[in-house]
Write a protein that binds this ligand. Structure first.
Ligand code: ATP
Length: 443
């Protein structure tokens, strides 16, 4: 049997250590829907917090928003999603499977040996037809067409329809942006690759409103900032690249679009899109709602519809990316250790506190230190098993620092700090531990 690939190992680690579980697993799972366990929740939250900090808190020109998932159905008519948010779908009359016509090379025919759809002599693919990706449901007690609402397929529209509310209440001036993190839903035809493409996911989106004619300049600025963000997250620069959308790839709303791609074990794939949307969205909402959405530029005494530059990243996709990027195996003294070498600022556990043995006042000292550190760092206390095994367990979930209270600790009030990546150890005075960690876990 072939050795398991990186994705198989990661999926199994995620389940074993509580990062990600299959949704409704006891009922056989629900297609391409996943749940985050204790460590996965922390990891994803840290990524979202980092994004929020750099987009909203650290800037004067971007405001936050948390719009509802359900919106007036006319929003999705005006945005073009009812008519245009479709993927081409083909059915196979032989195996009864469905595939995205434009992604056949990424799909697997269920027949053996493993091949792409259409490559077996028995495959019978239909002509492509368009399939709308929005989930529909009904609002209120009556299931009729008048009460159809959609689960939003992107968070952006909540920003556009609120842009004047935010502008006026925050007293911003153009150029300014609105950022939002929230769930989106897409009835993907061929989801897959673990949490890469799912039917329910979270987006981290920012829409930047600019004066007409300044869109191209801001588009370039945001491209630079967004690539830098991914690099600062710790992703290997050689695994990141730009993909420019050719004219025939451009979405219905875009003037220009670039994707930030990462090289996954299953190929180069988009993790974030940076789009120049022009005034497409505001024009459509203004026309469909009959409400003026123009900005009044006091200094120039003129009115205009702003143009929009969008940055749109998937929180789940970025979470998968950091796990793939951080995963490594090393042979140490004849044994393989698995390490998730996360940037310390996003590691789900920052510090593990470990009494070397459960006697000689070590547990008491370790507990006191643990309680001391806990308000400031995500900490974990572990007194179970040999110290080497405890270190390995922490390596596998990406904990950058392990602090061991040992026999010497009671004598000189010091502990051992053990580093995840180098496995190097150094002695630090107990009173200095918090400052030592703060210096190395830079947000
Ligand atoms: P793709 O071509 O992979 O379907 P897209 O071009 O439709 O993606 P956008 O609409 O630009 O994606 O969405 C912005 C971001 O949202 C993507 O870069 C991705 O990180 C995330 N995203 C989109 N669809 C999904 C999904 N089904 N599952 C997880 N994340 C997604």
């Amino acid at each position: 049997m072939a050795a398991p690939g990186l994705m198989d190992k990661l999926v199994s680690l995620c389940k074993r250590r509580g990062f990600v579980f299959q949704s409704s697993e006891i009922y056989g799972g629900l297609g391409s829907v996943w749940d985050y366990g204790p460590l996965g929740t922390e990891l994803k939250r840290n990524i979202k917090d980092r994004w929020w900090h750099s987009m909203v808190r650290a800037r004067d020109d971007i405001e936050g928003l948390d719009a509802a998932i359900l919106m007036h159905p006319k929003v999705w008519e005006a945005s073009g999603h009812v008519s245009g948010f479709t993927d081409p779908l083909v059915d196979c009359k032989t195996c009864k499977s469905r595939f995205r016509a434009d992604k056949l090379e990424d799909a697997q025919c269920p027949q053996k040996p493993s091949k792409h759809p259409g490559e077996h002599s028995t495959c019978q693919l239909t002509e492509p037809r368009m399939f709308n990706l929005m989930f529909k449901t009904f609002m209120g007690p009556v299931e009729e067409s008048a009460s159809v609402v959609y689960l939003r397929p992107e968070t952006a529209q909540g920003i556009y329809v609120n842009y004047l509310n935010v502008l006026q209440s925050s007293r911003q001036k153009i150029p300014f942006g609105i950022a939002q993190i929230g769930k989106a839903f897409r009835n993907e035809i061929t989801p897959g690759n673990f949490i890469f493409r799912t039917r329910e996911f979270e987006q981290m989106e920012m829409q930047y409103f600019v004066k007409p004619g300044e869109d191209a300049e801001w588009f370039e600025r945001w491209r630079v900032l967004r690539m830098a963000w991914h690099q600062e997250l710790g992703l290997k620069p050689e695994k990141l690249r730009w993909h420019q959308h050719a004219q025939n790839e451009l979405a219905h709303y875009a003037r220009a679009a670039y994707d930030i791609e990462y090289e996954f074990p299953f190929g180069w794939q988009e993790i974030e899109g940076v789009h120049n949307r022009g005034n497409f969205d505001l024009t459509n909402h203004q026309n469909a709602s009959g409400k003026k959405l123009e900005y009044f530029d006091q200094a120039a005494n003129s009115r205009y519809l702003p143009e929009i530059v969008e940055t749109s990243a998937g929180a789940d996709r970025v979470t998968l990316t950091v796990m793939v990027d951080a995963y490594r195996e090393e042979v140490v003294e004849g044994e393989t250790r698995t390490v998730l070498g996360f940037n310390p600022s996003i590691a789900p556990i920052k510090v593990a506190v470990l009494p070397l043995v459960n006697k000689d006042a070590m547990p008491e000292m370790a507990t006191a230190l643990f309680n001391d550190l806990r308000p400031r760092f995500a900490c974990f206390y572990d007194d179970g098993g040999a110290i080497g095994r405890r270190y390995r367990r922490m390596d596998e979930v990406g904990t950058p620092f392990c602090i061991t209270v040992d026999g010497q600790s009671a004598e000189d009030q010091s502990v051992t700090v053990r580093h995840r990546d180098t496995m190097g150890q150094e002695r630090v005075a107990i009173t200095q531990v918090a400052a030592y960690l703060a210096e190395r876990i830079v947000p």
